[in-house]
Design a protein around this ligand. Structure first.
Ligand code: 0PR
Length: 393
């Protein structure tokens, strides 16, 4: 056998035993926070549901980038898209399970731009919009026109209107903002979009798996989905509150034309001449199957129970925060996100991190997201630490 030469780099010349590789990985990831530790309070992800993990493991080799090979999986993705569309008030939707909210938002902007036929495309979006739109604007050559927020942190619809020009390709509204979980006045944005003949994209990356269930539980939240005629596309992420492993985002369009506007011909794949709309080519079928499996397994009622718990926990937590001197809520929670400020916030953040809490205060406040892995006892411990830190300042 010929001796392998390592070339002196970090690429190993010889392989190691599986056991050794796993042990080394275990050591290297020892510093990671895990969701079951109860210490991650500021993330929009969670430990995936065991069924979803099982499905991903079983179907790990499926590639939706070549659906001719995996025809069955492609059918399951379509059914997953249909179920998401149905959750969002649409009988038949067109879209994909994608890599996350970022890709979903980029696809929506791409569709609006390609259909608009203007030379200098502009997109109007709230100041609260996720930074994925900055990537979309840069990649697609679309100028972003940022609309002001009102005192309640929802977008000022009048300011949105004032920004409409002949170059406007569409409007964005947010159903569950990244920082505060605020739901914009989507009905008003939808009316505005209809008046001007513009498409409205709703970023419900987080809220999509919360709002329908919270509304069914009686929470007073504005309408946000396809039941509003101006809404032409929605981002909804199963890898956030859907309990599906990363990566699993969702983009749903009202009409086929949006999907067609972003489809590129892939002429040589196993399925013959196919059209591909997603940014990624090779992409995981397993995660799309996991989306399907979770929706089938939990059903509306199952998700409703998860959301009930998350919503109740956020109301309780907000109430407890209000009792602490030196702490203030940025606003009353709308969804299962509670954001608060405190005196000497940077110092408080530093001290909380020293005690192992997975939070950040980079927006000028601390955001706590009541994901399914967050339990009351974790929050009680957190509140205890917070009280102690503030007393010691
Ligand atoms: N739209 C909204 C409203 C979002 O909040 C996010 C992500 C996106 C789009 C983009 O989604 P992807 O990250 O799936 O592409 N919001 C989270 C955030 O910025 C992402 C995240 C998740 C951050 C888990 C940290 C974390 O631990 O907070």
């Amino acid at each position: 056998m010929r001796e392998t030469t390592a070339g002196g780099g970090v690429f190993p010349a010889r392989g190691s035993d599986e056991e050794d590789v796993l042990k080394e990985l275990e050591e290297k990831t020892g510093g990671d926070l895990t969701f079951d530790s109860g210490k991650i309070l500021g993330s929009m992800c969670t430990h995936p549901h065991p069924l979803a993990v099982k499905v991903v493991q079983r179907y790990i080799d499926r590639n939706l980038g070549d659906p001719g090979l995996h025809v069955g999986s492609q059918g399951v993705e379509r059914e997953a898209v249909d179920m998401l569309a149905s959750l969002l008030g649409l009988e038949k939707g067109y879209g994909h399970i994608v890599s996350g909210g970022t890709e979903a938002n980029i696809l929506a902007v791409r569709a609006f731009r390609n259909l608009a036929d203007v030379e200098k495309p502009e997109l109007i979006l709230p100041e609260s919009a996720h930074f994925s739109f900055i990537k979309a604007g840069e990649m697609l050559g679309v100028k972003l026109a940022w609309a002001r927020l009102r005192d309640d942190y929802s977008v000022d619809v009048k300011d949105v209107e004032s920004k409409i020009t002949d170059n406007t390709i569409g409007i964005v509204g947010i159903a569950g903002t990244t920082g505060l979980g605020v739901v914009d006045d989507i009905p008003a944005l939808s009316d505005l979009a209809m008046d001007y003949g513009l498409p409205l994209h709703v970023d419900a990356a987080f809220g999509g798996f919360v709002i329908p269930f919270a509304k069914a539980l009686g929470y007073d939240i504005p309408d946000f989905d396809f039941r509003l005629k101006g809404v032409k596309s929605i981002t909804i992420d199963p890898h956030k509150m859907g309990m599906v492993p990363i990566p699993a985002g969702g983009i749903i369009f009202r009409e086929r034309k949006y999907l067609e506007a972003i489809s590129v011909l892939a002429p040589y794949l196993a399925g013959g001449k196919i059209w591909q709309a997603t940014i990624t080519g090779t992409r995981p079928g397993a995660n799309a199957l996991a989306v399907w499996a979770m929706i089938k397994h939990l059903g509306f009622e199952g998700y409703m129970e998860i959301v009930r718990n998350a919503m109740e926990l956020s109301r309780w937590f907000a109430g407890e925060l209000k009792k602490i001197p030196g702490v203030y809520l940025v606003r009353e929670p709308v969804l299962n996100i509670v954001s608060f400020g405190a005196k000497e916030l940077e110092k408080v953040e530093e001290e909380l991190k020293k005690r192992g809490w997975g939070i950040s205060a980079h927006r000028g406040y601390i955001r706590i997201v009541m994901m399914p892995h967050v339990r009351r006892e974790h929050l009680e411990e957190f509140l205890g630490d917070l009280r102690g830190i503030l007393k010691g300042l």
